[in-house]
Design a protein around this ligand. Structure first.
Ligand SMILES: CC(C)(COP(=O)(O)OP(=O)(O)OC[C@H]1O[C@@H](n2cnc3c(N)ncnc32)[C@H](O)[C@@H]1OP(=O)(O)O)[C@@H](O)C(=O)NCCC(=O)NCCS
Length: 152
């Protein structure tokens, strides 16, 4: 994907909650509600990144930074736009934003069965730092979480 094919914006206020919930609900089952995003965005240090193609939002990432450490809280690309390099661009722009905000490392947790996300994170410089057994409860079973870290 070329730089001029897309635009990226960052929102630190709860005004972005309806947009975030609309995208998240099409990426995850179930997605987070608008009030979930209002609560999350109300916490200082939280920022929502939105990537748009031709002004239409297609992917989001939510970060939280405390001192020089940041965390990815959630990230998703709309199903119709996957495998097109969008999440890679989302991460690259997110890294730059966080660096400018004096973050030096970025953490995340990802399910061990989530192959697309694991490949995305590994190919974007994240390394595994640990595992949380049975971290996700899917109702029908449990899934471990891998903890990952990337220096910025
Ligand atoms: C994971 C997710 C964000 C990837 O978004 P995307 O825009 O398709 O990612 P990209 O096109 O930038 O892919 C980057 C790399 O990730 C890997 N990848 C992405 N989707 C993949 C898939 N379905 N299978 C295998 N690898 C995949 C590949 O290495 C890919 O590079 P390649 O296309 O050159 O092989 C997307 O599948 C998604 O939204 N999933 C549902 C929500 C989710 O699980 N989010 C992560 C929570 S931790």
């Amino acid at each position: 994907m070329q730089e001029n094919d897309f635009s990226v914006e960052f929102f630190e206020s709860i005004s972005a909650a309806p947009l975030a919930a609309a995208i998240h609900g099409r990426c995850f089952m179930p997605g987070w509600s608008e009030s979930d995003f209002v609560s999350t965005l109300s916490i200082p240090g939280t920022v929502l990144e939105v990537l748009s193609l031709a002004n239409a939002p297609v992917a989001i990432a939510l970060y939280r930074q405390v001192t020089d450490e940041a965390e990815i809280l959630t990230l998703g690309t709309l199903p119709a736009h996957r495998r097109n390099g969008i999440a890679g661009q989302l991460l690259e722009n997110g890294f730059n934003y966080l660096r400018h905000n004096n973050a030096t490392c970025l953490f995340l947790e990802v399910g061990t069965d989530n192959i697309p996300a694991l490949r995305l994170y590994r190919s974007n410089g994240f390394v595994e730092t640990g595992r949380r057994p049975n971290y996700y409860n899917h109702g029908t079973g449990y899934e471990d979480a891998l903890m990952m870290k990337r220096l910025l």
